[in-house]
Design a protein around this ligand. Sequence first.
Ligand SMILES: *Cc1c(COP(=O)(O)O)cnc(C)c1O
Length: 383
Amino acid sequence: MSRKFLPFSRPAIGEDEIAAVAAVMRSGWITTGARAAEFEDRFAAYCGAASAVALNSATAGMHLALAALGIGPGDEVITPSMTWVSTVNLIVLAGAVPVFADIDRDTMMVTPETVEPLITSRTRAIIPVHFAGACCELAPLRELADAGNISLIEDAAHAVGSEYDGRMIGSSGTAIFSFHPIKNMTCGEGGMVVSDDAELLERIRRLKFHGLGVDAYDRATQGRAPQAEVIEPGFKYNLTDIAAALGMGQLSRLDGFIARRTLLAERYLCLLADVPGITPLAVPESTSRHAWHLLIVRIGEELAPDRDAFMAALKGKNIGTGLHFKAVHTQKYYRDHLPSTDGGLVATEWNSERICSLPLFPDMTMADVDRVVTAIREVGDAT
Ligand SMILES: *Cc1c(COP(=O)(O)O)cnc(C)c1O
């Protein structure tokens, strides 16, 4: 009775990309080298960024950004609880205190109004998330950060190709992108930090490879001493040429992916408009190009007893869904170790209980969208 499983996400990998990866594998140089450097240049050009550093994940990028800013004990970092756990984990691992800003109930992003009251003399950074492919209220958040001499780091894991007021995310400021397989473009695993702060980026570049200041490729091509010295203790977060070859293929197709995602999302929104118990996110006016990384809806009681029951019902119809995200402050370690938020995260908690991400990926067909919507209507009829 049930048709083939429709996953919530699936990477779109083409034969050209497979061939590009194979070519690297045959070349004799598979780790960080010319391909990774080329990927950095092409990615920076795509975003209109001054410069970019390729890493093996966005999490690595966030770790290095916090480290490069010297954030540690006694410092506070303002970020949403409605985010992926990696950011908050890294703040805690750095010895700093995460301070959760509530989100706008309908865009699921922090706002200047939710962030401003949390700023103290200890605040060192604000890390907003561009959620689902839309853009947060960047200009007023930047003003707030600048006024307090606070760093602003954009979590742009969902926002490769997103535009804010006609300008690409990453074209100014400091932004971190992810190439995890569910993201809009993938390297298998990978990430990119772009910044117009040359000093910050230089420190990130150094910290990504043992703090040597040069990586193995620089040494091979630029004839630096094979025993480069540690300038400061660093990490091992470099992106391989194998991954970069895949990333460049994906980057060249990214605009096509986003166009396809947009058509699929528009069809969903049109077909779901009159389904009781389905509330999609609102898109801020300043988002001039939505990358449609995720199609998130909030599930009401008309449709299913709760969100988990809704997800289970769709799974029963062979349709996968996702949850982006379960609020970080509601998870065990953070419940046990952070002070109570005293009901201060009302919109975060409201969404955390109701959100569900529907299948959305470039190789989906319009018929797949129709199938999901039909299944959702059936779930509602059975409730
Ligand atoms: C995926 C994601 C990350 C982490 O990306 P990785 O490349 O997996 O480390 C960070 N923040 C958000 C909002 C994400 O969705």
